[in-house]
Ligand binder design. Structure first.
Ligand SMILES: Cc1ncc(COP(=O)(O)O)c(C=O)c1O
Length: 365
């Protein structure tokens, strides 16, 4: 049995006719930048999340950069985030000129530990970026409370969690600004790069939209230094089709994640822990195992692909050496980085495939 890590092919085959029709429609209209497909997508994303504004953009990375730019975050400011994330979260802080301040994670959810935030806040702190890792949001109430007390913004890096809920509310609509990615392998993925920014603040929304289009409010009148951060109409057309089926896919992801958790009660394996007041979209289904390398080679030999998200904590990356952190500074993040491993996951993973993966893990255990 050869199991795909994420079955994008099965999804395309299912909606091929509709996707092809919409994409060809864009080609024929020659409206490649902005236009009706982009506006339609923004409306449906805002409706889905319950957010007043959705501004689509060129990638998840740019969605985070636009959020920082809209909040005027610059050199001399500090932004708090987790060291256990994809580099983009902290990369944009460095690009804005601000200093990244890492806070360790909670050992159960792998998300930022809100009890450690207060001690890292200084007069320079301008924002906190909690990451909704693997598709599960952080403890947003606790984080928002600390932020409110110190009058700082909260930017949710929801690049992996679009479609997840926290206390009944949708991810990306839980704080000052929410950001997401439509990278092909994300729960809602397009056929290239894409992302979106969400906010309920009218002024911020207007600024984010302007910044994403070269700071231009009217043609060739530039209010800010912005970026070319627009989403292509072709990508919007793909996403408009996928949005129709997204709620069903989220449900399937939840069911497959829950079934994995039920079946993987195996000694030596720690399945993901989803807190009771929230749901995960399982952008990644990641387990922990002390002998990760042996387990992954056993799985790979059986035709089961695996991946590690992420093998090195950001404070240990060469790119962040100038921050002056050292090994041992964030022990939970370091421990989880050395044990974590992602298994195949998609709404199209069959029961038979899942049983085979679990059987192979059990044989190893
Ligand atoms: C947590 C996190 N933040 C940011 C990003 C960046 O998104 P993109 O690849 O769309 O730029 C990703 C996606 O790879 C991510 O997983």
């Amino acid at each position: 049995m050869k199991i795909p890590f994420i079955d994008l092919k099965a999804q395309y085959e299912l909606h091929k006719e509709e996707i092809n029709k919409e994409v060809i429609g864009v080609f024929e209209s020659t409206q490649f930048i902005l236009g009706p497909q982009v506006s339609k997508l923004e409306e449906s994303l805002a409706k889905f999340t319950g957010s007043n504004h959705a501004i689509v953009c060129s990638s998840g990375t740019d969605s985070l950069l636009l959020a920082l730019m809209a909040l005027d975050i610059k050199a001399g400011d500090e932004v708090i985030t987790t060291p256990f994330t994809f580099i983009a979260t902290a990369e944009v802080i460095a690009l804005s000129g601000a200093t990244t301040v890492f806070v360790d994670i909670d050992e159960k959810t792998y998300n930022i530990d809100p009890s450690l935030l207060e001690e890292k806040i200084t007069s320079k702190t301008k924002a906190i970026i909690p990451v909704s890792l693997y598709g599960q949001t952080s403890d947003m109430d606790e984080i928002n409370l600390v932020a409110k007390k110190h009058n700082i913004a909260v930017i949710e890096d929801g690049c992996q969690s679009f479609g997840a809920t926290y206390k009944g509310q949708k991810s990306c609509n839980l704080s000052t600004i929410g950001c997401t990615s439509f990278f092909p392998s994300k729960p809602l993925g397009c056929y290239g790069d894409g992302g979106a920014v969400f906010t309920n603040d009218d002024k911020l929304a207007k600024k984010i939209r302007t910044l994403s289009n070269h700071g231009q409010e009217e043609r060739y009148k530039h209010k800010y230094i912005g970026i070319n951060g627009r989403l292509d109409a072709v990508q919007a057309a793909v996403l408009n089709v996928k949005m129709k089926y997204f709620a069903d896919e989220v449900q399937k992801r939840e069911e497959i994640g829950a079934r994995y958790n039920e079946l993987l009660k195996v000694s030596g394996v720690i399945p993901p822990h989803v807190k009771e007041d929230r749901t995960s979209v399982f952008a990644q289904y990641s387990i922990r195992c002390k002998n990760r390398e042996d387990l992954s080679s056993k799985l790979n030999q059986a035709g089961i692909p695996t991946a590690v998200h992420y093998p090195i904590s950001l404070h240990q990356q060469e790119a962040f050496a100038d921050l002056g952190y050292k090994t041992g500074d964030f022990p939970i993040s370091e421990k989880v980085s050395s044990e974590i491993m992602s298994l195949p996951m998609s709404p199209f993973l069959t029961l038979e495939q899942q049983d085979f993966i679990v059987k192979t893990i059990k044989e190893f255990a």
